[in-house]
Design a protein around this ligand. Structure first.
Ligand SMILES: [Zn+2]
Ligand SMILES: [Zn+2]
Length: 267
């Protein structure tokens, strides 16, 4: 069984002409899980032919606009399509107030329920159990409360019967964060790791001051975690030399992909 990750935004801070802000869709057995929901997410979903009605849950990392300004429009479109299935949303406590604002002004006539659960943890904690995957949240090291999410495939008896050496798939999403001691341990051994790489190494001071990572720090996390593959994004608009950024990552972790909007990664 394949996991399919669609990258819908690779900009930081604001949309630019060829990049949207952070948003990803992970497809597992036809179910969709969204990671962050930057401005333009619903248009990116249309371009990628992803169904609004198949979204089971949305995981928001933190309450910075570049990670959630696409949420209201998406929720509204789901209602217009006549969605009836519950929609699970996870994020920091403050997201509850944002969703209440949406409900009080825009959810009239909506036929589905938004089931919000506030994430509040100091170490990894399971937040969502789906049919095929378990999703855990873990705290990141950003200016405000911020969470990463890890997806681990649930292996059934059938998997083992068909293949006793079956390797369960896993994915981790490390949104805005400066490096921190436990990070690699919390994403240990994932097949695919997304890690922000907002700045090149020569702007390490800026990265630290703004609670972000450099490309090299993202690669270091992937290496320490023993990840299978690394995908980076959330690029500063100040980056001009993406070849150099790729090299900075690959010097430390060779199997690195510099994400572009619209990329599809199967693993
Ligand atoms: Zn951001
Ligand atoms: Zn942020």
């Amino acid at each position: 069984m394949n996991f399919t990750l669609t990258i819908m935004g690779t900009a930081s801070a604001m949309p630019i002409s060829d990049r949207n802000p952070s948003a990803q869709a992970l497809a597992v057995h036809g179910r969709l899980f969204l990671l962050d929901c930057g401005e333009g997410t619903q248009q990116q979903m249309r371009r990628a032919h992803l169904s609004f009605l198949k979204v089971e849950a949305i995981f928001i990392s933190h309450i910075h606009g570049d990670h959630l300004f696409g949420l209201f429009g998406l929720l509204n479109t789901m209602a217009m399509y006549g969605r009836t299935a519950d929609l699970y949303i996870y994020g920091p406590q403050a997201l509850g107030s944002v969703l209440n604002f949406y409900r009080s002004f825009f959810a009239d006539g909506s036929a589905y329920e938004i089931r919000f659960t506030a994430v509040d943890c100091k170490e990894p904690q399971v937040v969502h159990q789906s049919k095929w995957v378990t999703v855990s949240a873990f705290p990141l090291n950003h200016k405000i409360e911020c969470y990463g999410y890890r997806f681990d495939e649930i292996v059934t008896e059938r998997h083992w019967k068909e293949n006793p050496d079956y390797h369960p798939k896993s994915y981790a999403y490390c949104s805005d964060t400066a490096p921190f001691a436990q990070e690699a341990a919390w994403v240990k051994g994932v097949d695919l790791l997304y890690h922000e790489a907002t700045y090149p190494g020569e702007m390490a001071d800026k990265a630290a001051a703004r609670w972000h990572s450099t490309a090299g720090q993202a690669a270091q996390c992937a290496r320490d975690a023993g990840a299978g593959q690394l995908v980076v994004g959330h690029y500063s608009s100040r980056i001009t030399d993406f070849g150099a950024l790729a090299q900075e990552c690959r010097d430390i972790f060779p199997d690195t992909v510099l994400a572009q909007d619209g990329d599809i990664i199967e693993f």
